[in-house]
Design a protein around this ligand. Structure first.
Ligand code: SF4
Length: 448
């Protein structure tokens, strides 16, 4: 049962020391009650109080971990309905479904391609997160062989899909000990599935074909049986109903603190769509709301890239701009005679400029100033990218020692800074570059 802010307050030290980042213990208690802070933020909570507060501080949506090492995937632990309220934390894993009825060489080839797939965007590598291997044949040996074949090509986590607990048990033996997710316990088989999950120490999907009440009933039974790492499949294979179900699950977990449904969700876009195009639309919907794992039936880099980019956008913390490290970046082996350009450390700005510099084939230096991760115009308007900042970067980076000239090019959008910068950097020639990154190659060609 969740505690109210006042009930939590009674258990806090009440010293108002502010170390948690809030002006008073009461303010901290209110935020804790809303699941917007972690109890660990207060270093002075007694052990006794910690135990009493565990219900209030436990994440409303349980954190589930699949896989191991660098390929580990974490889902759940979300605290808000809408990203702008705070942020979404754990990106949904995209998983490719492979059926054990496919030819062995086709399985191996598919696994190798998806395992190696990686694209970079704004300095981040985006990959598929898992394989979902389905026992479509109904045969335990074929299933185990398919699992072994995929494992031989990939160390990604697996979702092992079968209605047969014995087949899952055999597949677990070939999985390699990377903490897979078993799929799925239903009203008809939950006891056998719970036994396999418990023996293997792995998490389990719970599927209902009869709505959320049945789902809550099943998770409660599984919890009582000692299986608490659960993932929900609310059952609907209609896009509209499914959206309503996943939204209701999120609301019940976050707003009502309804523990039986406080688990991440697995979705199957290929099962709600009649075409590959429909699957893409459904996958995009589930990434936005509110999947922890999205199992797709097709892999195509042309589709994977936009889906992963959508996921990146939705799961980027709106309060923290993505930034790159300030400093000096080299392009095409610059020499002492090469031009020096400057910009801010907002990653989209950096990668736009860096992309043009790189593709120009012309040597150049780029000085990235610390503008608190903001773009050129935004940081200029906020006073974070001004003549003083640029001059300070010139001095702190020591770029002057690498040049035989004293010329610096500022972005055309902040041409207004040139006068002030001349005062801040006596002896330097301030040049005004293009307003748009796309015009940088042409600018470099005529630079002198
Ligand atoms: Fe109160 Fe703890 Fe925050 Fe200090 S750190 S103000 S004791 S809640």
């Amino acid at each position: 049962m969740a505690l109210s802010g006042l009930e939590i307050y009674k258990l806090l030290p009440k010293t108002n020391c502010k170390e948690c980042g809030f002006p008073t213990c009461l303010a901290f208690a209110m935020k804790l009650a809303q699941k917007q802070v972690e109890l660990d933020a207060c270093p002075y909570v007694s052990q006794e109080a910690k135990e009493a507060l565990s219900a209030a501080s436990a994440p409303p949506i349980r954190l589930i971990k699949l896989g191991s090492g660098a390929r580990e995937v974490q889902v759940g632990n979300e605290t808000v309905m809408f990203r702008h309220e705070k942020t979404f934390f754990n990106k949904p894993a995209l998983a490719l479904r492979i059926k054990d009825t496919e030819a062995a060489d086709a399985i191996a080839a598919k696994a190798a391609v998806v395992n190696a797939y990686s694209v970079e965007r704004v300095g981040m590598n985006m990959t598929f997160g898992a394989f979902a291997i389905e026992n479509a044949s109904g045969d335990a040996t074929s299933f185990a062989n398919a699992v072994a074949a995929v494992r031989s090509k990939s160390d990604l986590p697996f979702v092992l899909m079968s209605d047969n607990a014995d087949a899952l048990k055999a597949a677990l033996a070939k999985e390699g000990g990377h903490k897979p997710l078993l799929c799925a316990a239903t009203a008809g088989n939950w006891e056998a599935m719970a036994a396999v999950a418990k023996a293997g120490g792995v998490s389990l999907v719970v599927r209902s074909s009869d709505g959320l009440d049945e789902l809550a009933d099943l998770t409660t039974k599984l919890g009582n049986a000692g299986v608490t790492d659960l993932v929900l499949d609310p059952g609907s294979r209609d896009l509209g109903t499914s959206l309503a179900q996943v939204t209701q699950l999120r609301r019940l977990a976050l707003k009502k603190n309804f523990r039986p449904l406080g688990y991440p969700i697995i979705t199957f876009p290929g099962e709600v769509a009649e075409s590959e195009e429909g699957e893409i639309v459904a996958a995009a919907q589930y990434i936005a709301k509110y999947a922890g794992i999205v199992v797709v039936d097709h892999f195509d880099p042309a589709v994977a890239y936009p889906l992963l980019t959508l996921r990146l956008n939705i799961y980027t913390d709106p309060q923290k701009p993505i930034s790159v490290d300030p400093g000096i970046y080299e392009f095409n082996h610059p020499t002492t005679n090469s031009p020096l350009l400057t910009t801010t450390n907002f990653s989209l700005t950096y990668f736009s400029v860096a992309g043009e510099l790189d593709s120009s084939g012309l040597p150049a230096w780029l000085m990235v100033c610390d503008a608190e991760g903001m773009s050129v115009l935004t940081s200029w308007a906020a006073g974070k990218f001004d003549a003083e900042t640029i001059a300070k970067s010139v001095k702190s980076t020591g770029i002057a020692d690498k040049l035989s000239h004293k010329k610096i090019t500022i972005p055309g959008l902040v041409a207004v800074l040139s006068g002030e910068l001349e005062e801040e950097l006596p002896g330097w020639e301030i040049q005004v570059g293009p307003r748009e990154a796309v015009d940088i190659p042409a600018y470099l060609k005529v630079w002198k």
